[in-house]
Design a protein. Structure first.
Length: 95
């Protein structure tokens, strides 16, 4: 069962070169998650989303660690994405 969320979130991006992120913000779109295991009591989720027309896939572990699957974001963007994903997971999974 995939939880599909056409959730649009804007997060400020704090890199010095902001030109590629439209004025210092990026947007997460089409955020989706589903349990990593068939037994829903075991923690861990597959997540996917888009940022700036780039599709990201990852595994969100029970300890909050994010394991990138298809693309590794830049160091600066990764820090901002991790914070945003933690907030989204708290809102959608741990509510």
């Amino acid at each position: 069962m995939i939880k599909n969320n056409l959730f649009y979130s804007f997060f400020q991006y704090n890199e010095t070169n902001r030109n590629s992120y439209r004025g210092g913000f990026f947007m997460i779109t089409h955020f989706q998650w589903k349990p990593l295991f068939k037994d829903n009591t075991l923690p861990g989720w597959k997540i996917s989303f888009y940022v700036n027309k780039q599709h990201y896939q990852a595994i969100y572990h029970k300890d909050g660690q994010i394991e990138w699957k298809n693309i590794q974001p830049s160091d600066h963007l990764e820090a901002e994405l991790k914070q945003a994903i933690h907030e989204l997971m708290l809102f959608h999974v741990y509510e």
